[in-house]
Ligand binder design. Structure first.
Ligand code: NAP
Length: 435
């Protein structure tokens, strides 16, 4: 066996991902050493509870509750604890003690990314986070390295498996949101408290990470527009299907070009995606990231966006990279945020919309609605009307497809429609992406 230099690896956390990382590191140590050019010694695993059950069997003597001592003697720190503290302090301690850091912590990077990257820059170390945006799917390295010579125009990502699972089952079974969510919780696809997933918080963190990389601009989490999927109904899914669309929760990161300036938009919302688009065929809890770049054209990255062992694959890839860098020496490559593009609010974003209204089936109603939209700068592309006879009289159901319009104009026009006296109910307003 080659006599490699030994690197000490500190693992923080042995939960769903950490336990798998430890197991694979121990099992494939020799192979990883050949790839890394260094022998990777798992020096210890910091946890909260030494007696907690683990997903895989691991040597008990590796476990410790003294994370700090473990970190200060390490060449590579793998942070898989999650949350902000003490993960943040531990990462800063690791960088300060000369270690390279591998983390899958999207919550931390989306909120404290600049602080962590600055700390790495100060000491010439590197932070690797392939698993933080889409689990096992390689997307960080493609954006940071493979596409470094190109200009990314747009990213559309299905980056949350729980919401994709829910929307996909609603689409294939005609089921209601609440029923599928309850089932997803029973099957372990959704947490007991599903807020982070169904309200789009998890996807927003990933969008901030992807946009920062793609546009060389630090994107704070509060600059990401966020809407969840709790208001999506079986009827909306059925209507979307009839019009040739599927509803997906998308993280959209977009470069907007003005006459002589550029800006970016970063947003998460449920959108209508044409059934012919590659993202429409992402089923179940899978994730996919669709990248459009000026020279490369369209690229699609697809696979498991979560799962302990799947995510461990991305983490170990980072560990090998960190080991290679450590052995090669020199200064780590920092984050590129030099473009520093302005981030626009959702009001400036231009898309097509589908507006569904319930209106009284009376003469003049259509003309009033078309007038309100047109006065508000929103032009109608398609209109489908169906009439339902109820005990109170006839109610018309209108599905209006618009041409592209700024979000601010559209929402002001929809407010005016709601107050117009001719609209009984604004059933839904959905944006169209991926045409
Ligand atoms: P997890 O199952 O909750 O495990 C967390 C681990 O960290 C546990 O072993 C826990 O110790 C330890 N820990 C937590 N707080 C600690 C503290 N204060 N001191 C010492 N140890 C502490 O988490 P996970 O699902 O593996 O996720 C880890 C990270 O990967 C998170 O940032 C997550 O966002 C990210 N990630 C996860 C997935 C996934 O599929 N799970 C996918 C992509 C990214 P005890 O076991 O003793 O309680």
């Amino acid at each position: 066996m080659t006599d490699y230099r030994r690197l000490r690896v500190a693992l923080l956390g042995a939960g769903a991902v950490g336990s798998q990382v430890a197991s694979l590191l121990l099992k494939h140590g020799d192979e990883l050493a050949d790839r890394a050019g260094a022998s990777l010694e798992l020096a210890g695993i910091a946890v909260r509870d030494l007696d907690a059950p683990r997903d895989v069997e691991l040597p008990r003597e590796l476990f410790t509750t003294d994370a700090e001592s473990l970190i200060t003697g390490a060449d590579i720190v793998i942070e898989l604890m999650g949350g902000i503290e003490p993960a943040r302090s531990h990462i800063l301690l690791g960088l300060g003690s000369g270690a390279d850091v591998v983390t899958a912590n999207k919550a931390l990077l989306a909120t404290h990314g600049p602080e962590v990257f600055e700390a790495a820059d100060r000491v010439g170390a590197s932070v690797y986070y392939e698993a933080a945006a889409a689990g096992a799917i390689p997307i960080i390295r493609p954006l940071r390295d493979s596409l470094a010579g190109d200009r990314v125009v747009r990213i559309m990502g299905i980056v949350n498996g729980t919401t994709n699972y829910i929307l996909d089952r609603m689409d294939s079974e005609g089921a209601d949101f609440a029923d599928v969510l309850a089932d997803a919780q029973r099957l372990g696809y959704a947490e007991a408290d599903p807020t982070a997933d169904v309200e789009g918080y998890d996807a927003a963190q990933k969008a901030a990470i992807l946009a920062s990389l793609a546009f060389h601009t630090a994107v704070p989490l509060d600059a990401v527009h966020r809407e969840g999927i709790t208001s999506i109904t079986a009827a909306m899914i059925e209507e979307a299907a009839a019009a040739g669309f599927v509803i997906k929760l998308l993280a959209v990161c977009e470069r907007l070009s003005g006459d002589d300036s550029e800006s970016i938009s970063v947003r998460v919302y449920p959108a209508l995606v044409p059934r012919s688009h590659p993202l429409a065929s992402v089923h179940g809890a899978n994730n996919a990231v669709f990248v459009e770049a000026e020279a490369a054209g369209s690229l699609m990255f697809y696979g498991a966006g979560a799962g302990g062992v799947q995510t461990a694959s991305a983490v170990l890839g980072d560990v090998v990279s960190a080991a290679r860098r450590h052995i090669a020496g020199g200064v780590g490559v920092g984050e590129s945020t030099r473009a520093n593009l302005p981030i626009v609010s959702i009001g400036h974003v231009t898309t097509r919309y589908q507006i569904t209204l319930e209106v009284a089936d009376e003469p003049g109603v259509l003309a009033t609605i078309a007038g309100i939209l047109s006065d508000g700068g929103v032009s109608v592309a398609t209109l489908v009307q169906t009439v339902a006879q109820t005990e109170e009289g006839a109610t018309a159901h209108l599905i209006i497809g618009t041409h592209r319009a700024p979000d601010s104009a559209l929402s002001a026009a929809v407010d005016r429609l709601a107050d117009s006296g001719v609209v009984e109910r604004v059933v839904s307003v959905l944006r169209v992406e991926g045409e």
